[in-house]
Design a binder for this molecule. Sequence first.
Ligand SMILES: NC(=O)c1ccc[n+]([C@@H]2O[C@H](COP(=O)([O-])OP(=O)(O)OC[C@H]3O[C@@H](n4cnc5c(N)ncnc54)[C@H](OP(=O)(O)O)[C@@H]3O)[C@@H](O)[C@H]2O)c1
Length: 338
Amino acid sequence: MNETALTVRQTARPHGLAIAEHFAFVESPLPAPAAGSALVENLYWSVDPYHREMMDDVPGGFALDAPLEGRTLGRVTASRTPDLTEGDIVFHRQGWRTHAVVAPEVVRKLPLFEKVPLTAYLSVLGGTGLTAYVGLTRIARLQEGEDLFVSAAAGGVGTATGRFARLLGAGRLVGSTGSAAKSAHLTGVVGYDAAFDYHDGPAAELLGKAAPDGVDVFVDNVGGEQLAAAVGALREFGRIVRVGTIGQYNTPHAPAPRFDYADIVEKSLRMEGFLVSNYRDLQEELYAFAVPHLQSGRLVPDETVVDGFEHIVDAFLGMLRGENTGKIIVRDRTQIAA
Ligand SMILES: NC(=O)c1ccc[n+]([C@@H]2O[C@H](COP(=O)([O-])OP(=O)(O)OC[C@H]3O[C@@H](n4cnc5c(N)ncnc54)[C@H](OP(=O)(O)O)[C@@H]3O)[C@@H](O)[C@H]2O)c1
């Protein structure tokens, strides 16, 4: 085990694009657990679009020069609480650092289902999968045979949405993403019926070609022009599931999308946003739904794994630029052959 710990801090606020110079790696002696806590060596880290929102000077945002936080999986290496045992694999939120001292009430011991890789607890079984599951089952209230359009479809939430929608009996699946290679992944691997690169023209035209008969549900990870296009393409009683607005995280003052508000009335559309943090009680339901499919091979997690904690900032910035396919996860080098 390392004798020192590394922690990532944000050192400056971005104006527009976030860059590596907004972060610093800080080395410190290995923390020691106080009575009632345990030391965890982190093994897998999630980097997420919401981190970019929290880098701005917003309520609840990251404090400068303080350790960052994020979803992570680790192994207990020393314990001074009867509730955690050396060797336990746990989920907690003190990510962006190699080691964390945790109290038992802020960690969740992983159930470690057979034939399920650890990374899945950050992808399809983690917050990413839960977001997709809530979006489809609680917000869209997806019915069998219904057709979907998903933006940022090749990312973590987008691939989980496509795969879950298939398993839930969806009809035609259309996805948008940022490259031809990612479009090919959507149709060739994930199970989308059609996909387009949103750089290739006006979103309304591209969506019109990919979904000429319209869609029932739009799962929106992006906002902007694609949201406006989807309002036009939705059928009567269509639902817009507002998951995220990644199209404007690096350009917070981008103009709001323009669409025909009359469509909302005339087609009886419903637009609803949500935060997955308000649906934690569905975690067991997600396991019950997804784990048998993972074990049977019907559900395969889409993941981009970046090796080495020292690359966590690059992984985060690369994800914002669209370099990931599926959920992006940073892996400690000890786990490469694990
Ligand atoms: N509501 C919630 O509780 C909740 C929870 C989790 C995530 N989210 C949201 O869900 C969305 C997806 O999150 P994720 O974790 O799954 O990330 P992700 O989709 O795996 O990664 C982000 C992707 O966004 C795309 N992107 C970046 N800039 C873009 C732009 N200007 N226009 C269009 N696409 C752009 C990139 O793919 P391309 O190559 O396709 O451009 C990139 O790969 C985000 O908006 C996030 O904030 C919400």
